[in-house]
Design a protein around this ligand. Structure first.
Ligand SMILES: [Zn+2]
Length: 146
């Protein structure tokens, strides 16, 4: 997609513990990374976990840095092994990454009614998104307020 990737293995290592970095390398070697899609400066990936369902990873690339989130419950400092495995795929095997249109480009083609319909569908499928919309709109409001 023409967007430059400046992150390196050192960038990933700096934001993870030695243990999760090592496990991420194992996951990559074991072929646990199922899919990596790049949309502009965002990466989306699916990585097999210990459960049967794959974990989903979202990464935002910012010049030589990144922010990432994973659906696994890891909370022991730095990013988890799934994020490491997904990013290593991107850094080491760029050709393997599927490039698609950035989300911003797709959304810019929708009118207000389409966007509303899309967001309502997302909320129906992901109930926790309602809280994100609340905080985006300035926090929850009491329905009895008048
Ligand atoms: Zn994870």
């Amino acid at each position: 997609m023409g967007s430059e990737n400046h992150i390196t293995e050192d960038t990933i290592r700096a934001k993870t513990t030695e243990k999760s970095f090592g496990r991420g390398v194992d996951y990559l070697d074991w072929g646990m990374v199922e899919r990596v899609t790049q949309r502009g400066n965002r990466l989306f990936a699916e990585v097999q976990g210990s459960e049967c369902e794959a974990y989903r990873i979202g990464v935002t690339l910012q010049d030589d840095d990144f922010k990432a989130a994973c659906t696994c419950p890891y909370d022991w400092g730095g990013y988890c092994k799934h994020i490491v495995a997904a990013l290593l795929t991107f850094v080491r095997d760029d050709f393997w990454v599927d490039s698609r249109a950035p989300i911003e480009v797709l959304l810019s083609e929708l009118n207000a009614a389409d966007l509303k319909a899309l967001i309502i569908r997302i909320v129906d499928e992901n109930p926790n998104i309602a809280d994100v919309i609340d905080s985006f709109c300035g926090g929850p409001e009491s329905p009895s307020e008048h």
